[in-house]
Design a protein around this ligand. Structure first.
Ligand code: HEM
Length: 392
């Protein structure tokens, strides 16, 4: 049933209501209503989505302070060498792929590896292998969850001891234990006075942002040229540094437009009405799950105009507030109190990677590329991203 900008998929236990109205989204994502409380869906979903052990506000707030990179410019600066090392390794790999000036490559796998590498170096610095293991498990988990959602929806089915459900729980347990142990070790180290200069836990959505950026810049060669010109103006052939990344206006506009059209997290589905509540004139019973279909909000013509489906980075030329008319209609990282703590980390990493790629290669789509955006929790190119790279 669709009522205005709200969509009910099911009424009853485990009901999901999807909300597209920016005013209601603002309410839900702000902390002003205590009945809009972030709840764990099934525990494994939370583990997967946040990659974090987060159970209740108090404890989570504590961890959030420990791991929160978004407000610590100094911390981000310290991570730059790790970003640079991982990006350099990927570029060198690409350069060695063939002696020719030109090569065809599925960049999707390389970009996933890059972002896993960056997170492993920064978040799991001393436990690189544990980090890798968690990413492997998360990938398996994402596939199992997507398989489960393809069956007819039966309320409560997720607790049946099927083979898939049992494996989901095993994975969840392993990820939880590993993360909890790491967090506790870190808390101990901190209370013993040892700093945690580059502590960070997180996930791999940045790979999605990078792959869609490369695909869209392959399709829109004019924007690829503009972005390269800007990068060369700011850095020349030097390795990009933190301060310089802040001067990349065109690259930022492009990243915002990519995040609008292809949000790596196409739905935010981790809120629930903990008591009866009124939303947009409807009364939701306690237990109703609240979904924010980010991708639909980002493509809504009423909010973005007739060219909502088009790639037009210019709409962000005067910033997000202007582009959205101050509405909560651009939410690739969520909004409000629980906004993604990795936002600045992800954007800096993406700017660094794109800058280095633009410095060394021009690229366009291979004839074998098939455009098939596909959700496996995050929004990915289903058949990969086959591009033709030209060394510069
Ligand atoms: C382009 C990349 C990324 C996108 C699009 C993205 C998007 C999101 C979204 C939509 C949420 C949910 C916000 C909510 O529930 O209201 C979120 C939460 C979160 N993200 Fe990200 N994220 C990205 C990268 C990262 C990175 C790199 C990290 C860690 C280094 C990270 C760590 C987190 C954490 C810890 C939360 C939970 C915050 C909380 O519940 O308080 N994210 N992210």
């Amino acid at each position: 049933m669709r009522a205005g900008k709200m969509c009910f998929a099911w009424i009853g236990p485990d009901a999901i209501v999807n909300i597209m109205d920016p005013d209601i989204i603002r309410d839900i994502l702000s902390s002003k209503y205590d009945h809009y409380e972030k709840q764990i869906l099934p525990p494994f979903y939370d583990t997967l989505v946040t990659g974090i052990v987060s159970y209740n506000g108090e404890k989570w707030a504590k961890h959030r302070r420990i791991i929160n990179p978004a407000f610590h410019v100094e911390k981000l600066k310290m991570m730059m060498p790790a970003f640079q090392t991982s990006c350099c390794e990927m570029i060198e790999k690409w350069q060695k792929l063939g002696p020719e000036e030109l090569c065809e490559l599925d960049v999707w796998y390389h970009l996933q590896d890059l972002t896993a590498d960056v997170i492993s170096r920064t978040a799991f610095s001393s436990s690189f292998e544990e980090g890798r293991r968690i990413f492997q498990l998360q990938k398996e988990l994402a596939k199992l969850i997507i398989q489960a959602t393809k069956f007819i929806f039966i309320p409560g089915f997720r607790i049946f001891p099927t083979k898939g459900n049992r494996r989901i729980r095993e994975i969840d347990r392993e990820i939880n234990i590993t993360l909890r142990t790491m967090i506790l070790d870190r808390e101990k180290a901190m209370s013993a006075g040892e700093g945690c200069s580059n502590d960070l836990l997180g996930q791999e959505t940045t790979g999605d942002l990078l792959v869609w950026t490369m695909i869209l810049l392959s399709i829109h060669q004019d924007w690829q040229e503009k972005a390269r010109e800007e990068v060369l103006n700011v850095f020349g052939r030097r390795k990009p540094d933190f301060d310089g990344l802040n001067y990349l206006k065109i690259v930022s506009m492009i990243l915002n437009e990519v995040l609008r059209l292809y949000p790596p997290a196409p739905t935010i589905a981790n809120r629930k009405a903990t008591k009866e509540m009124k939303v947009g004139g409807y009364t939701l019973p306690p237990g109703t799950l609240i979904g924010l279909p980010v991708i639909l909000v980002h493509h809504d013509r009423d909010l973005w105009g007739e060219d909502a489906e088009e790639f037009n980075p210019l709409r962000f030329s005067e910033g997000v507030t202007k582009a959205t008319n101050n509405k909560v209609s651009f939410i690739p990282f969520g909004w409000g109190t629980r906004i993604c703590v990795g936002q600045n980390f992800a954007l800096n990493e993406a700017k660094m990677a794109i800058s280095m790629i633009l410095q060394h290669f021009s690229f366009d789509l291979s004839p074998t590329y098939v455009h098939a955006p596909h959700t496996v929790i995050t929004l990915q190119p289903q058949h990969g991203a086959q591009l033709i790279l030209h060394k510069l």
